[in-house]
Design a protein around this ligand. Structure first.
Ligand SMILES: O=P(O)(O)O[C@H]1O[C@H](CO)[C@@H](O)[C@H]1O
Ligand SMILES: O=c1cc[nH]c(=O)[nH]1
Length: 320
């Protein structure tokens, strides 16, 4: 049954989304209950065509990231790290019927791609959150693992987001609903961020920090780049903007964290954002890392999140 709850900006309190100590995923849409069938169109799944509780009921960790290849690589890595039977090479894309997103399940871990930008993330999250709800999943932790541009931090650093902010350095996500702007909070789970940070300290040579992450609507003009097809501001204006972002606590820039934080918060999901920085935007705009370094940097959030999951599952001691 979908819960009928008033739309509000408040996170789900423990009294609202727990049942005998379990924290369920909430949808906040009174119309869902009346629907005979729910088709999750972009995931190629549905409540009548698939037994969602049987397929996904045991999911405890959901990891999301922009690129389909990265999310497949993460699923294969988790298969190996959790020492599941078989090589994992035959792992199937659950969303193979659509080329919008990919999804892999490895034990209690779901690995899903979300594409680039807020609209793509938002569509995936609407359907994922309904999926977790229909599957009656409980106590789910969701983590975005991404790449980003750093501000005043060395390339290769891993930034764990405490708060996602918009281009005005404000902790908010503005969703246009009909012809209204609805402002939602983008605060993330502080305890989860701390837990991830503590985990990172156990990995040798692993530069990690906690800071604000700025989420923009564009990679070029929206992030103050001088190398897009359009540029209407000076180098000085760019540097001044990025320095003001740094002073406001921003340590990296990407393109999905505000909607991710806002939607997860409203639906009672504990969420974190972990992004590696590919460059220092105070130094340059172009990403010119050699391919092997780029691959290694992208593996850093995966390593941290894998260690975190193993620790949560009580598997660290047996496996190290
Ligand atoms: O590496 P991912 O997860 O795609 O994230 C970042 O990279 C993309 C831009 O290159 C944007 O989606 C941004 O948020
Ligand atoms: O500069 C960057 C790098 C990766 N992703 C972004 O959104 N910006």
């Amino acid at each position: 049954m979908a819960s009928i709850l008033p739309v509000s900006n408040k996170p789900m309190g423990s009294d609202q989304n727990t049942y005998v100590g379990k924290s369920f995923v909430h949808v906040k849409n009174p119309y869902l209950d009346a629907m005979d069938e729910d088709i999750l169109y972009h995931l190629d799944l549905g409540t009548k065509t698939h037994n969602l509780p049987a397929m996904f009921g045991d999911v405890k960790f959901v990891c999301v990231g922009g690129s389909p290849n990265r999310m497949k690589a993460f699923a294969l890595f988790m298969h190996q790290e959790l020492r599941l039977p078989g090589s994992g090479e035959d792992i199937e894309d659950i969303c193979a019927g659509t080329d919008r997103y990919c999804m892999y399940k490895v034990g209690p871990v779901l690995s899903i791609s979300h594409g680039m930008g807020i609209p793509s993330m938002s569509i995936m999250l609407h359907e994922l959150i309904k999926l977790l709800h229909h599957a009656q999943c409980c106590d789910v932790t969701i983590i975005r693992m991404g790449t980003s541009g750093g501000i005043g931090v060395a390339p290769g650093s891993v930034v764990i987001t405490d708060t996602a902010v918009d281009s005005f350095f404000k902790p908010r996500f503005e969703q246009v609903i009909l012809d209204n702007i609805v402002t939602r909070s983008t605060e993330l789970d502080k305890e989860l961020a701390e837990e991830l940070f503590n985990c990172s300290r156990e990995i040798p040579n692993f530069p990690t920090l906690i800071g604000h992450t700025m989420c923009t609507y564009d990679f070029y003009e929206g992030q103050g780049r001088l190398d897009g097809a359009l540029c209407s501001f000076s180098r000085e204006k760019k540097v001044d903007y990025l320095k003001r972002a740094y002073i406001a606590g921003v340590r990296n820039i990407e393109m999905e964290s505000t909607v991710f934080a806002a939607m997860c918060r409203l639906c009672g999901l504990k969420a974190a954002v972990v992004c590696v920085t590919l460059l220092d935007r105070l130094e340059c705009d172009q990403i010119n890392l050699p391919h092997d370094i780029l691959v290694e940097y992208q593996q850093r959030p995966q390593l941290l999140i894998s260690n975190f999951i193993k620790q949560r599952l009580g598997l660290c001691d047996q496996m190290s």
